[in-house]
Design a protein around this ligand. Structure first.
Ligand SMILES: C[S@@+](CC[C@H](N)C(=O)[O-])C[C@H]1O[C@@H](n2cnc3c(N)ncnc32)[C@H](O)[C@@H]1O
Length: 394
């Protein structure tokens, strides 16, 4: 967690003002809580403070002109594969709905709807659970431009609805949920808090604010049969676990596909991964300083998929499958989709071949990104998980 990020591009004056305003909001919260906030609360405000947090102010985060690029922005083949994968589940649901959580630019929604229209399987509703007003507008504009005939099926939600029958999709959503930071200090699991000193945010160690944090880390050490080194620092995403329980409560019947970068627990909390996976993204530069201009950069942590599967199972989901993105896309028909493209022109074929490489090769997104499939009250077969079922690694 470097204190200085001199190599990063300097923000414009307006952006600096925005960041200063958010810094004041976080400082006020630190004062209100008696001098420090958990890192989870810091990350919550940095990303989601109303009107100022990274995801709730402005809409140009994703894509080439933003801070990072996600799979649906890389290639339409990603969403086309997802559409093919979920079509049988949609067919089996009492009411065929899709709920996309955190829909970014709206490009995945547009491409899924187009592919489902080709398959003659449009959903009754395409719900989008979106926290950001700016992104909602951008999503509506994308749908209007790319699939205007589907606009009437779109419904934006503020919260998970009750009694839902749907296929739920979340691409790179879990990694954007605020995490607690824990650190081994003097042989004991502590939590890392954020305070303000002089003119900057600083770290402070303290007792864990939630008993689950030290229980989790002690359980992991026990599994490894060793005590982690002094200073070992990592993240625990309790919010994502609670969110899954909430999703289960709201879903009467459905399939859930969660796609994100991460590992099973034994890789995530490997004794040698001593500084965790916290990562910040600012204009396509990745670095490790979450205090750098709050509000102007994304802050993320990789996903502990074992924790997600355990939380899902505890809250009543069946685990349909777990594999990496490369296997899931190939199993869901990526090669057939590529072969269906018109062959007259070489250039678009080359572009698409490159996109496939990015999505599937192990050193690109193919292996780090995983897909977790969950179901509730639904019998469904998902070829995406059949090529290589990695559930036994969880
Ligand atoms: C990295 S972006 C991914 C956007 C898009 N899915 C894509 O792949 O391009 C993460 C998104 O997750 C959303 N998000 C995080 N936590 C959420 C929650 N609890 N409910 C709904 N959206 C959430 C954020 O607001 C943000 O839009």
């Amino acid at each position: 967690m470097a204190a200085s990020q001199a190599h990063l591009p300097e923000p414009a004056t307006e952006a600096l003002t925005h960041s200063r305003q958010l810094t004041e909001v976080i400082r006020a919260e630190i004062d209100r809580q008696g001098g420090q906030v958990s890192f989870r609360d810091f990350m919550q405000l940095a990303l989601y403070a109303p009107g100022l947090g990274y995801y709730l102010a402005g809409s140009r985060k994703l894509g080439a002109g933003g801070d990072f690029v996600t799979a649906p922005e890389i290639s339409p083949l990603f969403s086309q594969c997802l559409a093919r994968a979920i079509a049988p589940a949609l067919h089996s649901l009492a009411e065929a709905n899709i709920l996309e959580v955190g829909a970014g630019s709206g490009v995945m929604a547009a491409q899924i709807l187009r592919q489902l229209a080709d398959l003659g399987q449009l959903p009754a509703h395409y719900y989008i659970l979106e926290l950001s007003g700016d992104l909602r507008e951008r999503q509506a504009e994308t749908i209007r431009q790319q699939v205007p005939e589907c606009l009437s099926r779109l419904v934006w939600l503020d919260a998970l609805p009750e009694g839902l029958s749907a296929v739920v999709l979340g691409n790179e959503v879990l990694d954007a949920m605020p995490v607690h930071l824990v650190s081994k200090q003097n042989g004991i699991w502590h939590e890392l808090y954020v305070a303000w000193q002089g003119d900057r945010f600083v770290w402070q160690g303290g007792e864990t604010s939630d008993a689950r944090l030290s229980e989790r880390m002690l359980g992991i050490e026990e599994k490894f049969g060793e005590s982690f080194a002094e200073g070992y620092t990592t993240e625990v995403n309790l919010l994502a676990e609670d969110w899954l329980a909430g999703l289960s409560g709201s879903l009467q019947q459905g399939l859930v596909l969660l796609i994100d970068y991460g590992f099973p627990r034994h890789e995530y909390y490997h004794p040698q991964r001593g500084s965790g996976t916290l990562m910040c993204h600012y204009r396509h530069h990745a670095h490790g300083d979450p205090f750098y201009y709050p509000g102007l950069q994304d802050i993320t942590a990789h996903v502990d998929f074992t924790a997600m599967a355990e939380a899902a199972y505890r809250s009543g989901f069946s685990i349909e499958g777990y594999t990496n993105q490369g296997n899931f896309l190939i199993g869901s028909g990526l090669t057939e989709l590529f072969q269906q493209q018109p062959v007259e022109e070489l250039q678009p074929q080359m572009v698409m071949a490159n996109q496939i490489k990015k999505l599937t090769l192990p050193h690109e997104m193919g292996e780090l990104f995983k897909v977790l499939g969950l179901s509730k009250q639904l019998d469904v077969s998902l070829p995406g998980f059949m090529l290589r079922d990695l559930r036994n690694s969880l």
